[in-house]
Unconditional design. Sequence first.
Length: 384
Amino acid sequence: MPALSLLTTQSRIALAAAALCLAAPMVHAQEVQTVRIAHAGPTSGGIAHIGKDTENGVHLAIDELNTQNLVIGGKKIKFELVAEDDAGDPRQATAVAQKLCDAKVAGVVGHLQSGTSIPAATVYSRCGIPNITASATNPDLTKPGYKTTFRLIANDNALGAALAIFAHDALKVKKVAVIDDRTAYGQGLADVFKATARQKGIEVVAEEFTTDKATDFMAILTGIKAKKPDAVFFGGLDAQAGPMLRQMAQLGLSEVKFFGGDALCTEKLPDLSSKAGTMKNVTCATGGASIQKMQGGAEWKKKYDARFPGQFQIYSPYAYDATFVLVDAMKRANSVDPKTYLPFIGKTQYKGVTASIAFTANGELTQPAVTLYTYKNNVRAALN
């Protein structure tokens, strides 16, 4: 009997030890908190390549953050990407925004375009979710003063003015025709360009409009050709700018300068234009430094290309930084709850890949940069 009692006691001890070993991973698992950060933008349709580029930037940031073993609020954090396609449509963008609110994501990087970002911002404001756009440039985005909305690049006031000043001062343009795609982005950018051009003494000889789905511009360009402009300004996307440049070449407008904003200033524009001879006439502006002049930009680009070969366009570094800005605020607040960490975004002093990032009271960058580009042998090259 004593031996049996000893065996029973030893068995019990062994079983208890085994139970503790099994329980340990369960306790550890309970200490890990999944924090979902969303990307919202067009990953289908004519500018899916641009939307996918920004999504890639968020993906790259989350992959890196998950190697850091961050502990926030006493819990180990695992970040997860929630990717939503707004198809570049304002109505779908508001539906996506509401879906992300209902899902209680911790923050949103997006949307891509001004026309989608502006209505979505209202939804995010109502539910208290921070959203940072890496690309939308219409000044109206921040005019309502939502405490949840931030922009990581220069707005159209800076881009449109910079292009008009360069057209007058550097290229000696005297007459310009203006076309816009009637979106919040394209029309807003064109309005700023026109106002600044006129202030500089440039004559606006034509004002035309199209849509962000059009591909045939022959009628518009034929009318413009009769007015003999030195330049054409287009407020719109690369999906329209490419065919427009090709059709300008076909109409003999091969020496007319061509200006546009950041949404046409992509790596894909030469292909979209079928490498038309008019590519050499393009000057476009983006709200930020060129990748070559970003602090750490060259090293970052190597990482991006290794992870997403052949997909880089323009906005992914800003989407990457936007993700880190959200997480930096969480760390300083010691909370992943949007209600708790949101006020810390406004106090950001973050040294990112794109710039040293700080925000004004209405969510704009305190020191936005503008870079002008042209295309040399169908490769985008910075002018400043």
